[in-house]
Design a protein around this ligand. Structure first.
Ligand code: 5GP
Ligand code: MN
Length: 334
């Protein structure tokens, strides 16, 4: 972070403030970890923070400390709008453009208070008073650790804040596997373990809590997988009917996309998930190595993300969407 930005933040936080903290819509482990980590840090520093999530967070994150205090905009628009309008500072975490909050964007657009962005996605929009954006980091949670340290408050990071930060680093790094995992990432993790963060329990809370239905749904997704060996690509689909058949709940499809990369020799994969309520096909893309799925998502599926993990959506049918994908793949030389 730039020295002047650190000073600006210090000034903003010099007196107790009402602070809104916002993750992106469809918050994941990093979005929840960073917003809740910041929440506990601000609470410790005598502020009045509230995490306002655009929509519900997945069940597998409900154990996170402070998750019971999170306000859900889509469930309680009136109250959440009031919290946002009364905030003296707004922190936006783990996203780079206001449209990533969905409907809440309309409320945020009209606020005149300072915004602070902490994020690791490419091409951040220019809406924040202070922008701490760096694509070199594998997670916003890792950035939050540095952010707190820049403020000279590293000793405030306790087991609770550490648990939140650990969760986001773990989930966004694919359990410390993705290329942005550095020595520093591991040194931070080591510090967090020394603070009492339960590194052997958190992965189980996140990953070993599937319902039987969820595993059956995973089985269906694996059966639906198509492979294009010449183009080193796989993809799979889940229709709304399949989601319904296995009593799908929020979070059940999380991580399924990664199986497409676990096929030997595959470097590009996608999952297409039908959402009849929103009338879209939600797309997740993953790659290994140089193939840039952020670019692919931006160019073809109205989305974005990172080089090796991105997403987008399609407003045509499942059949048309996968046909478009197959046509694009048939021209790919990876
Ligand atoms: P996921 O596939 O896990 O939903 O998302 C992977 C990455 O792509 C995340 O960093 C996420 O923020 C980003 N992403 C997912 N969907 C979209 C989208 O529709 N638009 C943009 N700009 N980014 C997305
Ligand atoms: Mn993230």
């Amino acid at each position: 972070m730039k020295e002047q930005d650190i000073q600006a933040i210090e000034q903003l936080l010099a007196t107790p403030k009402k602070i809104a903290i916002i993750p992106h819509r469809g918050p994941d482990g990093d979005a929840m970890g960073s917003t809740l980590g910041l929440y506990h840090f601000l609470l410790k520093n005598n502020h009045q923070p509230v995490v306002v999530s655009p929509n519900e967070f997945p069940d597998f994150l409900a154990w996170m400390p402070g998750s019971e205090t999170v306000k859900i905009f889509e469930k309680d628009k009136k109250n959440c709008t009031q919290i946002l309008e009364e905030a003296e500072i707004v922190f936006t975490l783990d996203f780079n453009a206001l449209h990533r909050v969905g409907e809440m964007e309309k409320v945020l657009e009209n606020l005149t208070v300072p915004f602070v962005m902490i994020d690791h996605h490419q091409s951040p929009d220019d809406y924040a008073t202070v922008t701490y954006s760096d694509t070199a980091f594998g997670s916003t949670c890792e950035m939050l650790y540095h952010f707190i340290s820049f403020l000279g408050k590293k000793s405030d990071i306790d087991k609770t804040i550490g648990t939140c930060i650990y969760t986001g680093i773990l989930t966004d790094s694919g359990s410390f596997r993705f290329p942005k995992t550095t020595g520093t990432t591991h040194r931070i993790i080591a510090d967090l373990i020394d603070l009492g963060v339960k590194n052997s329990e958190i992965p189980a809370l996140l990953y070993d809590n599937s319902s039987y239905d969820r595993l059956q749904l995973l089985g269906r997704a694996l059966q639906n997988m198509k492979i294009f060996p010449v183009h080193k690509t796989t993809y799979t689909t889940l229709t709304q009917a399949e989601l319904d058949q296995f009593n799908h709940i929020k979070g059940d499809t999380e991580g399924i996309v990664n199986y497409g990369l676990s096929v030997k020799g595959i470097v590009f994969t996608a999952i297409f998930i039908e959402n009849t309520e929103e009338k879209i096909i939600k797309i997740s893309l993953r790659s290994q190595g140089d193939f840039d799925v952020n670019l692919f998502a931006r160019e073809h599926f109205n989305g974005g993300g990172h080089r090796n993990a991105a997403g987008g959506k399609s407003e045509t049918s499942m059949q048309e969407t996968v046909q478009k994908f197959e046509d694009l793949v048939s021209k790919l030389i990876i």
